[in-house]
Write a protein that binds this ligand. Structure first.
Ligand SMILES: Cc1cc2nc3c(=O)[nH]c(=O)nc-3n(C[C@H](O)[C@H](O)[C@H](O)COP(=O)(O)OP(=O)(O)OC[C@H]3O[C@@H](n4cnc5c(N)ncnc54)[C@H](O)[C@@H]3O)c2cc1C
Length: 387
């Protein structure tokens, strides 16, 4: 099923080459300094990687979702911070504008984002609305031909550097949960908007994670995406695509852990022979390689289903959740084993193993925790049996 097409192979080779040349050393530096690699996003924009699946008419590369997953995998294999920057930009900010925007909105925002001239972000999480985004408190009140937003979002990827972001706000305070919110496009220069607290994190340290604050933030009414009350549905649609991006990020981290562990096992000698000759080490390598293959099949399958169903994400929800759940937990296990195979050297910063372990952890949390992915899968499976 997954004999890659010429285009998919080309994207894999291009992103692999790009990452080795431009990101290998930089990944160490930006992990240490927490510097957001803006120049990388501009270069990736020139290669079409900041708008992989969006049509050329709007400045995108017009490639398929498998190309997108492969691009995120290859970038994350070398630099997981860059991987999430690309993923959040492509599948969380561009996607809702592309699929739910009016022609005017698409023409105004998509080309600059897709070419990497602008950075995008997606803001639904709030202090009281994490896994339960139906608990959104940010309000958007109609005022003539404008909306006035008040509230805040936290933990927003790319927040500090986002020229444009999409945000979820309550537009009907008496409405039913999950039917009372709408989605809006916010520009960084909008009056009343500011970036708040910048988080210090365990991993993906070069990605930006910030609070977004709206204090009487006034935007024109034509910034609403979709119709009033469609906000929650748009957010869920967007996350189905986003989860494939994060699954691909996790896959790249897992592959990097195997790359490092296998090379080390062949090199490091104890008791007069390479540790790779020890069965205890071989079993860890075998488990890592097997799980990575399984994760790759799930991720590519989810990407393929996204591609085949266009805007209709319903068939992809279960597979996107499965792919993210499995690939993220696989990344965690592989990064853990990578440290174990390195012994004490796995625990110090001179080797990549400790960064992979820190970077892998977040993939089990953002865009829905593993518990939420299990919930999505279970609801879908039980529904199939109830028919
Ligand atoms: C580095 C980083 C980047 C992020 N980027 C973004 C971003 O770009 N945009 C954005 O909007 N958000 C972003 N987030 C937020 C992220 O998606 C949330 O942190 C995540 O969805 C979990 O929400 P929470 O932290 O409030 O945890 P909570 O929802 O409070 O969950 C706490 C625990 O309870 C469990 N739990 C909650 N509900 C259930 C349930 N129904 N069943 C079983 N278990 C449950 C969770 O699995 C978890 O173990 C980011 C977070 C981080 C840390």
């Amino acid at each position: 099923m997954f004999d890659l097409t010429e285009e998919q192979l080309m994207v894999r080779d291009m992103c692999r080459g790009f990452a080795e040349k431009n990101l290998r050393e930089q990944a160490v530096e930006i992990d240490k300094t927490h510097r957001f690699p803006l120049e990388t996003t501009r270069m990736l924009g020139e290669l079409g990687i900041m708008g992989v699946v969006y049509s050329e008419e709007y400045g995108g590369a017009g490639m398929d979702y498998l190309c997108y997953a492969i691009a995120v995998e290859e970038i994350s294999r070398v630099c997981a911070s860059s991987g999430v920057i690309v993923s959040a930009h492509n599948s969380l900010c561009l996607s809702p504008i592309y699929y739910f925007g009016t022609e005017e909105q698409k023409k105004k925002y998509v080309p600059k984002l897709a070419k990497g001239e602008h950075i995008g972000a997606f803001a639904i999480t709030e202090p009281m609305a994490g896994s339960d985004s139906g608990g959104t408190k940010t309000m958007a009140v109609k005022d003539g031909s404008s909306y006035i937003l008040n509230g805040s979002k936290n933990f927003i990827t790319n927040g500090e550097y986002a020229d444009v972001h999409v945000t979820l706000a309550v537009t009907d305070k008496d409405g039913k949960k999950n039917k009372n919110t709408s989605f809006f496009i916010i520009e960084k220069t909008d009056p009343g908007f500011k970036v708040g607290k910048v988080e210090e994190k365990l991993g993906i340290c070069a990605s930006s994670t910030t609070e977004m604050v709206y204090e009487d933030c006034k935007i024109p009414e034509d910034r609403m995406l979709g119709k009033p009350g469609e906000g929650f549905a748009i957010a869920m649609h967007t996350l189905d695509g986003g989860r494939v991006g994060i699954a691909a990020q996790a896959l790249g981290i897992a592959q990097a852990a195997l790359d490092a562990a296998a090379a080390y096992a062949n090199e490091r000698e104890q008791f007069g022979a390479p540790i790779g000759k020890l069965q205890a080490i071989q079993w860890m390598i075998a488990d890592m390689a097997t799980e990575i293959e399984a994760a790759r099949l799930l991720v590519y399958k989810a990407a393929d289903i996204l591609q085949k169903n266009g805007k209709n994400r319903r068939p992809a929800s279960k597979y996107a959740a499965m792919a993210k759940l499995y690939a993220s937990e696989c990344a965690h296990r592989c990064a853990h084993k990578c440290i174990q195979i390195h012994g004490g050297y796995g625990y110090v910063k001179e080797y990549v193993a400790e960064r992979l372990y820190r970077d892998a952890r977040i993939t089990e949390i953002y865009e829905g925790t593993s518990e939420i992915q299990r919930l999505v899968v279970a609801m879908s499976v039980l529904g199939e049996y109830a028919k």
